[in-house]
Every structure is written in structure tokens, then in C-alpha cells.
Design a protein around this ligand. Sequence first.
Ligand code: FMN
Length: 213
Amino acid sequence: MPQELYEVLHRRRDVRREFTGAPVQDAVLRRVLAAAHAAPSVGLTQPWDFLLVRDEALRRDFQAHVAGEREVFDATLDPAQAEVFARISVEGVLQSSLGVVVTYDPTRGSPAVLGRHAIADAGLYSTCLAVQNLWLAATAEGWGVGWVSFYREPFLRELLGIPEHVRPVAWLCVGPVAALQDTPDLERHGWRTRRPLADALHTDRWGTPADLG
Ligand SMILES: Cc1cc2nc3c(=O)[nH]c(=O)nc-3n(C[C@H](O)[C@H](O)[C@H](O)COP(=O)(O)O)c2cc1C
């Protein structure tokens, strides 16, 4: 039923505070990762890997690094923005059951990657599609996902022993949740509101609106 897919798509949220921390079942985790691994990829390179971070000490080290990067960002804000930002949580690294680091390896299938000769970023796009598949499958399973990008790539590479040529694209906080919010956290806290679809639509030339009735 397409309706079920749309329901999951619209129910999906980025999660920080709602994780229960309950253990994840391997069978569910396998389904979620298989969904991620089924994503389309440029030249069928499947340039992603999934690093499951269960170790408490590693997660604590990462969380401390994220806290430092939060301060770096905070220092760039004007006072009004900083006041709103203070109410917003940017990660659930220790509250979630599991960290899943999704990486991108640009050398996989290279040099003749079919479809990447003109757009180098197509490999990164592919990796992000794997993340989205994971996110939707986790939502369908009653889990939540929170994408953390408050980190420096060299730090995470060093922490987890990721090879030099491989990019850590996302740290995903993953696991069962008590509930999913109806509204994105950033909107609930007054940071930003979502754009109407009509504002993102153009016909033929940039800036010409599309009238879909
Ligand atoms: C590439 C990417 C990076 C993100 N990084 C963070 C992050 O570091 N911390 C965070 O709290 N949310 C992060 N998010 C989540 C967004 O804030 C969230 O998707 C957005 O506010 C919309 O909310 P929703 O996902 O619940 O619809 C990230 C999302 C994406 C796609």
C-alpha cells in the first residue's frame, strides 16, 4: 500500500531526546541495514560502509567532541539566536541504543565510475541515499534516528580507525524511541520553519512558479 510508505515518510523525525536506550534486536538491525544497503548508487559502487558503535568509552569521547563543536557554533551566533540555540539539543549520542557511522569510500569501483566523471559529488549523494533508506526503515520499525554532524572528520576518523581516504559522512544515533514528535525540533523551538512545497517548485525556468492546483 503506497499509503503506508507515505505515512512513514511523513512520520520520520530527527530524534534527540526521545530515545529509550533499550537494546536493539539484531534481527531488526539487520533489516534496517539491509534497507540502507539497497540504496541506489552511482555506477553501482555502493560506496558506503556502516560502522556500529556500541562501545561506551568511544561514544563518550565522541559526545565530548560534539559538545566542543556545539560551543564553536554557538560562538558564531548573535545573542537572539544564541538564546534559541540554548534550548535545542543537537545530539542523543549517549541516550540512543547504538551509534551507526556511515562512511563514503570514493575509491570503490574507481577509476571508471559510471556516472561520476562529471559530478564528483555523485558518490556522496549515493551515501546520503543509504542514510535516508536507513532512516525510513528505522522509522517503520518504531525506532528513531538522529543525524549528528557537529564533528570534525579527522577526529572521527582517528577515533574509529577509519582509513584516511574514507569520509565519515554521518554519525547516526539509532534505537527505539518513546514517541516521535509531530513537528521538527528546530521548528518547535523557533529556530526555523519549514518552507511550503509551492516555494520549492519551478516550471521550465528558475523562478517561474508551478501551479499544481
Ligand atoms: C546532513 C544533515 C545533518 C544534520 N545534522 C544534525 C546535527 O548535527 N544535529 C541535529 O540535532 N540535527 C541534525 N540534523 C537534523 C536536522 O536538523 C533535521 O533533519 C531538520 O531540522 C528537520 O527535522 P526532521 O528531520 O525531524 O524533519 C541533520 C540533518 C541532515 C540531513
